[in-house]
Design a binder for this molecule. Structure first.
Ligand code: SAH
Length: 469
């Protein structure tokens, strides 16, 4: 997939400052799904174009050193959690992050000035065709040009393919253009998003601030962005309508709300959250680990605690949600750290569904309140990724104890603590799973409860500590 952005604002080569990418360099970036390349096919004072080319490594995503072909391939072919269109959004956020946020050290005034811009997308798969393309871009003031490709040029009778090249033009800020592309590109493709959960709503709302609530197709955009998941859709539309009625939210307020403390899942007191982090922190620390991973690190609460402990010389957080990583990065104030501190910590975007070489060779890993977010059939992939390939010496893993839900009166029987939970296990279910995994991959395992203990139902959180035997 190729995104070409062209500026004709003189001097046009200042596009390099806006994108934070040198105009005379070809630069490549490793992303979790492959590579992104940035280069400028045209650099002049009147016209300057930058290309963002994605090189999605579909094979690399599933190929291990010792691959179980059937399992890995089925995982990929039948149920891949990634599609090209969301790759482009991920790449925009990662490679053009500052430009997306409208930040530009060298030319701050240029970043907030509307300039004549053109974006060209090759190739998009569009459900609903040209009508949908126009309905999404035109109300935002874009001039839209569309080329549709036939299914096979040699057989015109076969009709059109769902593939399009699209050009949009507008005098706008680069940040607005990138934001519109970030939200709309995944909307055209009807296939599964790389990850859709509560967090995606917040992401959509933040990126949609100031324009989405007024867009005549907002229903369709939200429905498609959230991949037709009814409950998420309702919740997002509700918030959008409310924001629209109240007018633009105070920027500071919105940020605080988002970057602020996340409510603990379900009805636990905030202290449960702290108790959980403390218990995990202690387990990791007492293992003697120096190089540690926090898998599914979310917004980085545990990372922050780990950073304060000198024993840890290398700390890596991984999450599938780019939005979470952005918040984690802000919370940890990564951009303000001294070089020494900065060299201790790294945030990675990736999925625990795929073997990832970047996770190999660490002393310990924590996986806090993550497994219950994975679809049960995918748990098998996760087990191998962590216990067979990454295989840190110590693994500290927590998950809710479903039995304890009975203690919370306001949680209706049979409901999970969080809308995105795919399962919640009893103590027996969790321990059976953990012992099976430990035996299979050569670990020993011990268990510990976290939070107040109920005589019949145990503690709200359960923790397993695995040690490589
Ligand atoms: N560990 C954090 C966050 C728990 S919420 C804490 O205790 O606060 C679960 C997290 O798992 C979310 O941030 C979600 O984005 C992440 N997650 C869900 N599926 C994932 C996957 N396949 N790979 C990596 N992270 C995933």
């Amino acid at each position: 997939m190729l995104l070409t952005i062209t500026s004709t604002h003189s001097p046009a080569n200042e596009l390099g400052y806006l994108l934070h990418k040198h105009t005379d360099r070809f630069q490549s970036f490793e992303l979790s799904f492959g590579k992104a390349h940035v280069y400028y096919p045209e650099v002049g004072a009147d016209r300057c174009s930058a290309c963002l080319l994605l090189d999605v490594d579909a094979v690399g995503m599933v190929r291990g050193k010792n691959p179980d072909q059937n399992f890995l391939l089925a995982q990929y072919v039948n149920d891949r959690p990634y599609v090209a269109s969301s790759f482009l959004s991920v790449a925009i956020a990662q490679v053009f992050g500052s430009a997306l946020q409208g930040r530009c050290k060298d030319r701050p005034e240029l970043a907030s000035t509307p300039i004549p811009l053109t974006a060209n997308l090759d190739v998009l798969s569009v459900r609903g065709g040209e009508r949908v393309l126009r309905a999404m871009f035109e109300p935002l003031g874009y001039d839209v040009e569309v080329v549709r490709y036939p299914l096979d040029e040699r057989y015109p009778d076969w009709g059109d393919s769902p593939y399009f090249s699209v050009t949009v033009r507008k005098t706008t800020t680069l940040s607005d253009l990138l934001t519109h592309l970030y939200v709309l590109v995944p909307v055209f493709d009807a296939r599964k998003h790389y990850y859709v959960g509560e967090q995606e709503i917040q992401n959509l709302l933040r990126k949609g601030e100031g324009w989405l609530a007024k867009h005549p197709e907002k229903d369709e955009i939200v429905r498609r962005y959230l991949r037709f998941q009814q409950s998420l859709y309702r919740s997002a539309i509700y918030q959008l309508l409310r924001d629209d009625a109240e007018g633009m939210k105070d920027e500071g307020e919105g940020m605080k709300e988002e970057a602020g403390e996340v409510k603990d899942e379900g009805n636990a007191t905030p202290r449960l959250n702290d108790q959980r982090l403390m218990a995990v922190f202690e387990a990791i620390k007492s293992s003697g680990a120096m190089r540690v991973l926090d898998l599914g690190c979310g917004e980085g609460k545990l990372l922050r605690r780990l950073m304060k402990e000198k024993q840890f010389t290398e700390i890596v957080g991984l999450d599938v949600s780019v939005r979470c990583l952005e918040i984690a990065s802000a919370r940890l104030k990564l951009e303000q750290l001294s070089d020494i501190q900065a060299s201790r910590i790294k945030l990675l975007h990736g999925s625990l569904m795929y073997r990832d070489k970047r996770l190999e060779g660490y002393d310990a890993a924590s996986v806090v309140e993550v497994i219950e977010h994975l679809d049960p059939p995918r748990l098998k992939a996760f087990e191998r990724v962590l216990f067979e390939f990454a295989k840190p010496r110590t693994i500290v893993l927590t998950t809710p104890n479903a039995e304890y839900n009975a203690v919370w009166e306001t949680l209706p029987a049979g409901e999970f603590r969080h809308a995105d939970h795919r399962f919640e296990w009893t103590r027996n279910e969790f321990q059976t799973w953990a012992v099976t995994i430990a035996t299979r991959f050569g670990y020993t395992v011990t268990f510990q409860g976290i939070g107040p203990e109920h005589a019949d139902y145990g503690t709200p959180t359960q923790m397993a500590v695995f040690q490589k035997s």
